[in-house]
Write a protein that binds this ligand. Structure first.
Ligand SMILES: [Zn+2]
Ligand SMILES: [Zn+2]
Length: 69
């Protein structure tokens, strides 16, 4: 009987946080390389114009919608 092992594939690899250097497994990341963890995003909410699930990259000013849960 063949075993069916669940394969844990990573959908996406998130870069480490640029604020604190931590790699929490998820960061609010931009295509330009900017990335912040939850804590740093909260600390820089004004700079990133964070508003609920959306935020704006302070580097390239792309608008992002956070992950839908
Ligand atoms: Zn951080
Ligand atoms: Zn950006």
């Amino acid at each position: 009987m063949a075993e069916k092992l669940p394969f844990h594939r990573r959908r996406k690899v998130f870069p480490p946080c640029q604020g604190c250097g931590d790699d929490p497994g998820f960061t609010w990341a931009c295509e330009c390389g900017f990335a912040l963890c939850h804590t740093c995003m909260a600390a820089q909410a004004e700079r990133c114009e964070a508003n609920g699930r959306s935020w704006t990259c302070p580097i390239c000013h792309r608008n992002h919608i956070g992950p839908a849960r």
